[in-house]
Write a protein that binds this ligand. Structure first.
Ligand SMILES: *Cc1c(COP(=O)(O)O)cnc(C)c1O
Length: 360
């Protein structure tokens, strides 16, 4: 039986949240001006509060996280240089090859379990001599790591990577699309996790719940250059205060709601771990992302041509539970504000029904 559209439980991403009443009201009432003349007071306020939230000097409102990351990489490197990044990092696998297409940069990928880079592997990958080899432009980390399963870099781990960068005089960029999830998981602040990075991007449009927008943060000088690049990349916006207003609500109210998302993900992870054929260590669920492996037994015993993950997700979709695929065998479910705890329980029941586990 295929479920009605409005009965679906959408766990594809935390980007699917809809703006709430408070955001809609703030958008309607926003004071605006032409931001390219620096005259949109709502955008300016959002940029100031964002910089303060991550403990950096300045911030720039950009239409997407991808643009924020790509402006940063463009400014940190020159054509022919390398970007050190994890093998499943967003900057490498989910940005349309933009670092190469827009900036002439090469990804130097390092695979890491759970997406968290080993500082010694980073050290080994850094190239500074440049006699034959492509020089390292920037070291990137993703915190939390999306395809690694929402995993979190703690401060001591970051310190070791920052020390490598410092030793070689290489800048650092944090893809902090979900930096507030990381801060909540560690019981610390985004500013503590951002400290020492040359630049950091975070998204308003993920778990914080805004309809649109991300912030690129760094020093005042860096953000002045980033503003020029935003215009060059086509991201200069005019009366953007209309969307920045929703972003301000997200920045102020969003972080306090994230523990609920993490609790829902933990519950989902524990339930999935009990289903034969689903492989997940429930302790690996640290934030709002649940990644698990699908064994062939879940999809009829043989490996289908599209892979076990796609086949299983198709069956879940028919039961009205939407998820995403990471690779041939792994799937991802993401919790967020618009799916309540009861709906997560409903999703668990539907998953059990799909795989034929008795619902108790
Ligand atoms: C979502 C995301 C981004 C930015 O995505 P946009 O869709 O361009 O806003 C960047 N990095 C990570 C890790 C993400 O999950």
């Amino acid at each position: 039986m295929t479920r009605e559209w409005n009965d679906r439980i959408d766990l594809r991403s935390d980007t699917v949240t809809l703006p709430d009443e408070e955001m809609r009201r703030a958008m309607a009432e926003a004071e605006v001006g032409d931001d390219l003349y620096g005259e949109d007071p709502t955008v300016r306020l959002l940029e100031e509060e964002s910089a303060a939230a991550v403990g950096m000097e300045a911030a720039l409102f950009v239409p997407s996280g991808t643009m924020g990351n790509e402006i940063a990489l463009h400014l940190h490197g020159s054509p022919g240089e390398e970007v050190i990044c994890e093998a499943l990092s967003h900057v490498y696998v989910s940005e349309m090859g933009a670092m190469a297409a827009l900036s002439g940069l090469l990804p130097r990928t390092i695979p890491a379990p759970g997406g968290l880079l080993d500082p010694m592997a980073v050290e080994a990958a850094v190239v500074t001599d440049g006699g034959y080899h492509s020089r390292t432009a920037v070291i990137t980390v993703e915190n939390t790591h999306n395809f690694g399963g929402g995993t979190v870099y703690g401060r001591p781990h970051l310190e070791r990577i920052l020390a490598v960068a410092e030793r070689h005089g290489v800048p650092t960029h944090c893809d902090g699309a979900r930096i507030f999830n990381a801060a909540v998981a560690l019981g610390t602040s985004a500013a503590v996790l951002a400290a020492g990075f040359t630049s950091l991007m975070f998204c308003l449009s993920k778990g914080l719940g805004a309809p649109v927008g991300s912030l690129l943060c760094g020093s005042r000088d860096f953000i002045r250059e980033a503003r020029r690049m935003r215009k060059m990349f086509g991201g200069g916006m005019r009366q953007a205060g209309v969307i920045a207003a929703a972003g301000l609500v997200a920045l102020r109210k969003g972080p306090a709601r994230l523990p609920g998302d993490h609790e829902k993900a933990a519950r989902l992870g524990r339930a999935l771990a009990e289903i034969p054929g689903i492989v997940i260590d429930p302790a690996s669920v640290q934030t709002n992302i649940v990644v698990f492996r699908v064994e062939p037994e879940l999809v009829g015993g043989t490996v289908p041509p599209e892979g076990t993950a796609a086949a299983f997700l198709a069956r879940l979709g028919e039961a009205g539970v939407l998820g995403g695929q990471i690779d041939a065998t792994r799937a991802r479910l993401v919790t967020h504000r618009d799916v309540s705890g009861e709906r997560i329980d409903e999703a668990i029941e539907r998953i059990r029904a799909v795989v034929g586990v008795a619902v108790n």
